[in-house]
Design a protein around this ligand. Structure first.
Ligand code: ADP
Ligand code: XUL
Length: 537
């Protein structure tokens, strides 16, 4: 019997509840992808009228919480129709867009426990939330709360040293503080607050689960050293906040077994474990198998770069998170709001909405763009904070209204975005290791012309994995790791060691790259960025 059990194929699901869609990847024990699927919010759930998965009203950016639930209903049905055998699934974990928050109303835990298998989740959870629209990471409406928090703690440096980041508008405690004041009734009616990641895990576990320490690092609330909530910051919001948040748990924890609802509706086995979900960026770090000296570069709705660091050295720019996989290390990260959606806007304006045309134009312009530099911010940016608008400079650093051709605009956009990553990552102390690699992921990492510019600007080989979505993959790998006994028994690196064979070279730097994208150009970029910052005040 035991032997039979051992021979049965075992599958693991990784999910990514990201900004524009929910994705799922199913792998076997050899890390091979056996199925993949996605539900795209704008096109497949048009009744919620989102654009890019969100609703924007000035600085306030939200997503309907119940849309995510309905998306999960649809995704599970889609996977079943596509032939996924849920009875083989032994573990599920995943990721969520970071910082976003879900407000469970009083009584929600009971609703979750009593879900009826013959009915959709979205039907039964329609009244489970005290706030219908979840604030998400693109929101920048909490400037006042950020200023108050920094002042309360004695300045941005103190907050940064304690939690790894100064106060950022999208960081969850500032969002919660705003709701506790502006929507007091909602706050009082809230039983628990989840991050998008722990919310998704709760749906699978059939109970509200705790927040993991990696995604929890994006709240301006977690003490990086002792990995628990900072009591003064809890008090800054209110003395009942801790009860609403629950405990902080390790990212490599099992939060429970699959709910009876999921077992009965979809046929998951009762021993299917649910691993803590985490933020999409930490999960991407796991999915890419990032080692010390590597740089992870995610080109999704947001652009992020991240690396593994031994010692936290938090700065006023960028973030330090608890590392999701190497539990004694940390993760350094920079996040840019103006990633894919800004590239799409420039593509629509200058390349007739076609990536093919966009790439032709990009490839037809020389590296360095004749000295022209541009930065394009559709939404108020994070690095540098608050800048918004298009800014173009000619080779003499004079501000210009337009460049003289579509191809110059496109190269300026792509080079500007990548120079910004290199400049700020180096300012945070990051250097590519001797054997360090740039590993890319996210929707736009399918674009070879963009990857070529990354290789040139960083003067490094760029590598990718066959499956573009490393956040979902990271979830599946982490579920497999937990199934094999977790950190106590086997290191994560050992579980994903087969990944090495899957990584492929996607772009190599051109010979002249190092002389073009040199220290002087980075210094010039820094200076122009400062000019832009000053022009905003
Ligand atoms: P998220 O996980 O944040 O929802 P994804 O990582 O799935 O987003 O990335 C979605 C984005 O990928 C789209 O907004 C689109 O602009 C971009 N994308 C997809 N294909 C390409 C391409 N060939 N070139 C450039 N960008 C692309
Ligand atoms: C990270 C951030 C975004 C979201 C959405 O700080 O805000 O990358 O995680 O992807």
């Amino acid at each position: 019997m035991e032997e039979e059990e051992q021979n049965v194929e075992k599958h693991f699901i990784g999910l990514d509840l990201s900004t524009q869609q929910i994705k799922a990847v199913v792998i076997d024990e050899n890390l091979q992808v056996v199925a993949e699927s996605a539900v795209h919010f704008d096109s497949m759930l048009p009744e919620y009228r989102t654009h890019g998965g969100v609703n924007i009203s000035g600085n306030v950016v939200t997503a309907p919480t119940i849309m995510w639930v309905k998306g999960l209903d649809m995704l599970l049905d889609k996977l079943r129709v596509e032939g996924v055998e849920f009875s083989k699934v032994k573990g599920i974990s995943g990721a969520g867009q970071q910082h976003g928050s879900v407000y469970w109303r009083i009584g929600a835990q009971k609703i979750l426990e009593e879900l009826q298998p013959e009915r959709f989740l979205h039907d039964q959870l329609a009244s489970a939330f005290s706030l219908l629209d979840s604030p998400i990471w693109m929101d920048s409406s909490t400037t006042d709360q950020c200023a108050q928090l920094e002042e309360f703690l004695g300045g941005p440096e103190t907050l940064t040293a304690l939690t790894g980041s100064r106060a950022y508008e999208r960081f969850t405690v500032n969002q919660i503080k705003k709701i506790s004041i502006e929507k007091k009734e909602v706050y009082l009616n809230t039983e628990r607050i989840s991050l998008v990641s722990s919310f998704a895990a709760s749906i699978f576990a059939g109970k509200i689960v705790d927040i993991d320490w990696s995604d929890g690092s994006g709240m301006n609330l977690l003490n990086l050293t002792n990995k628990s909530w900072v009591p003064q910051i809890l008090n800054f919001v209110g003395d009942d906040l801790e009860a609403k948040l629950g405990q902080v748990i390790r990212t490599d924890s099992i939060v429970g077994r699959i709910s009876t609802y999921m077992q009965e509706r979809y046929g998951f086995p009762e021993d299917c474990l649910i691993g803590a979900f985490t933020g999409d960026n930490p999960s991407s770090m796991a999915g890419l198998g990032i080692r010390k000296g590597d740089l992870g570069y995610s080109l999704g709705t947001s652009d992020t770069v991240f690396a593994c660091v031994d010692q936290p050295n938090p700065q006023l720019t960028g973030h330090i998170f608890t590392n999701p996989i190497h539990t004694s290390a940390y993760m350094a990260m920079l996040c840019y709001k103006n990633g894919s959606l800004t590239r799409e806007r420039v593509r629509n304006d200058f390349a007739e909405g076609s990536w093919e045309k966009f790439n032709q134009l990009l490839d037809s312009t020389p590296r360095g763009n004749f000295g022209n530099i541009g930065v394009y911010y559709d939404l108020p940016e994070i690095v540098p904070a608050g800048v918004q608008g298009d800014f173009r400079f000619n080779k003499s650093d004079e501000a210009v209204k337009k460049f003289s051709s579509a191809e110059m605009e496109i190269r300026a956009l792509v080079e500007g975005q990548i120079l910004a990553k290199r400049f700020h990552a180096e300012r945070m102390g990051f250097r590519l290791g001797e054997n360090g690699r740039v590993l890319v992921t996210g929707g736009a990492s399918a674009n070879k012309a963009i990857l070529q510019v990354i290789a040139d600007v960083f003067n490094s080989n760029v590598y990718s994995l066959p499956a573009v979505n490393s956040a979902a993959l990271g979830g599946a790998y982490r579920a497999l790791h937990l199934f094999k006994g977790g950190t106590e028994k086997i290191s994560y690196d050992e579980v994903v060691s087969k990944l090495e064979a899957e990584i492929t070279l996607a772009a190599e730097p051109n010979k002249d790259a190092a002389t073009i994208y040199n220290k002087e150009l980075l210094a010039r970029f820094a200076n122009l960025e400062q000019k832009v910052v000053k022009s905003m005040t």
